[in-house]
Design a binder for this molecule. Structure first.
Ligand SMILES: *Cc1c(COP(=O)(O)O)cnc(C)c1O
Length: 414
């Protein structure tokens, strides 16, 4: 289980290939900039995550892919076929998951701002769980279920009061964050019969942040979740440990990364001691995961073309036709992503800033990268953009959204 999540990008005879197809072949048929996805890599990463859970003896794992990482319909269909459920955060994502063939019985609905309309849609669809983030939300679900003459399945999302060491915009598990409910409030609500006339408490959930590397906070939070489950003292269908496992994007992330197996092993051991050993009911509570990034990131590349180059004293700029509206992670989080040129090049490398056309200094995919000297018309690939890539794209500067191209397992692309 030491396998790493593989990338579809590699050089063959000095030319960049994606899933064994020369990049120039694909770019000859599609206008840049565009996203390029590997169905094979995506499904492999999903299976790797699931296999890791099984090897670590996680009980009946359910992997609910976090749709916000990549809601592409065709990719979701492939994941649904492979057995994935979905973690959704809006009515739009609910529709998309169902359209892709994800069973309602495998859908969990997270988010602090679920509207009345979204709650009604979720109840009608019969989703696996509303992961509720406030008592007010639970009250509304109970009222709407009553009106529909149905029962809604709910889980409390615990705020475990841990500090996940990640970018401050994607850390979600501390008491000053808007997410989840504090333990004392959950314990009170469990006993309040008025909240449960048309709802059933079927699980407990957590999610402490994204791009997690150090798993100390994860261990602590899982322990809190297990302990709460014992104190709640009810039979539970599932414990949902959320998503967030990080991806090694490249040299600037000089941290130690955990593999899916190490992650699963840690969760499995922690739950054994803090939950399963003390659980008073039938020992069949299953474990739900909500991974997004670790499944999808490596499966995507962003392909963009050099419009022109420009020199300014010591700086050499390659100005490309893709911008921060197409792919925003580097601008928004200062994230590092590997950048590959179409030709590997054997000559002298030049420190290059790869920048877009948008009127913002932050519109930049990488600075000071050692690359072969670029010229107008050259292709560039930004790697590992399959998660939080297209899903965060916008029309900023009145630009069109980039296309999405999928290389299928059969080797054809569309
Ligand atoms: C964003 C999110 C996830 C997925 O996070 P990743 O870092 O992509 O794995 C899972 N659960 C919830 C509630 C989320 O908001």
């Amino acid at each position: 289980m030491e396998k790493k999540n593989s990338s579809p990008l590699c050089y063959k005879k000095g030319k960049l290939h994606f899933d064994n197809i020369p990049l120039s072949t694909i770019a000859g048929k599609v206008k840049t900039p565009f996203y390029l996805y590997s169905e094979k890599t995506l499904v492999e990463n999903f299976n790797y995550f699931l296999d890791s859970a099984n090897s670590a003896q996680i009980n009946r794992p359910l992997i609910c892919f976090a749709l916000k990482a990549n809601p592409n319909l065709k990719l979701l269909k492939s994941l649904a076929k492979a057995g994935a459920g979905a973690d959704i955060v809006s009515g739009g994502e609910l529709k998309r998951a169902l359209d892709a063939g994800v069973k309602a019985s495998k859908i969990v609905f997270s988010g602090v701002g679920k509207t009345q309309e979204e709650i009604i849609k979720g109840i009608k669809a019969g989703i696996y769980s509303f992961n509720v983030e406030s008592i007010e939300e639970l009250e509304l679900i109970n009222i709407e279920a009553k009106k529909l003459k149905k029962r809604a399945r709910v889980a409390f999302r615990l705020n475990p009061k841990v500090h996940a060491k990640t970018h401050k915009h994607i850390s979600t598990g501390f008491k000053t964050h808007k997410f989840g409910i504090l333990k004392s409030d959950i314990l009170k609500a469990v006993k309040n019969k008025k909240l449960w006339t048309h709802t059933d408490l079927v699980g407990l959930s957590m999610h402490i942040g994204s791009q997690l590397t150090c798993l100390k906070a994860t261990r602590k939070a899982v322990k809190e979740l297990g302990t709460l489950a014992i104190e709640v003292n009810r039979p539970l269908d599932f414990l949902d440990v959320g998503g967030g496992l990080g991806v090694d994007y490249g040299p600037e992330e000089k941290k130690k990364f955990s593999t899916p197996f190490q992650y699963m092993d840690l969760i499995s051991k922690q739950l054994k001691t803090s939950f399963y050993k003390k659980y008073a009911f039938e020992n069949d509570t299953r474990i739900v995961f909500e991974p997004g990034r670790v499944i999808a990131a490596r499966a995507g590349a962003f392909i963009t073309k050099v419009v022109r180059t420009k020199k300014s004293e010591d700086c050499f700029f390659a100005i490309v036709d893709g911008g921060m509206n197409d792919f925003v992670r580097t601008s928004l989080y200062g994230a590092y992503h590997e950048i590959y040129t179409e030709k590997k090049g054997s000559g002298k490398k030049i420190k290059t800033d790869i920048v877009g056309p948008i009127c913002e200094t932050a519109d930049c995919f990488g600075t000071g990268r050692s690359l072969p000297k670029l010229k107008s018309g050259d292709l560039i690939s930004v790697a590992d953009v399959g998660a939080y890539g297209f899903s965060m794209a916008s029309h900023y500067n009145m630009r069109e959204l980039p296309k999405e191209i999928i290389v299928k397992k059969s080797g054809s692309f569309s």
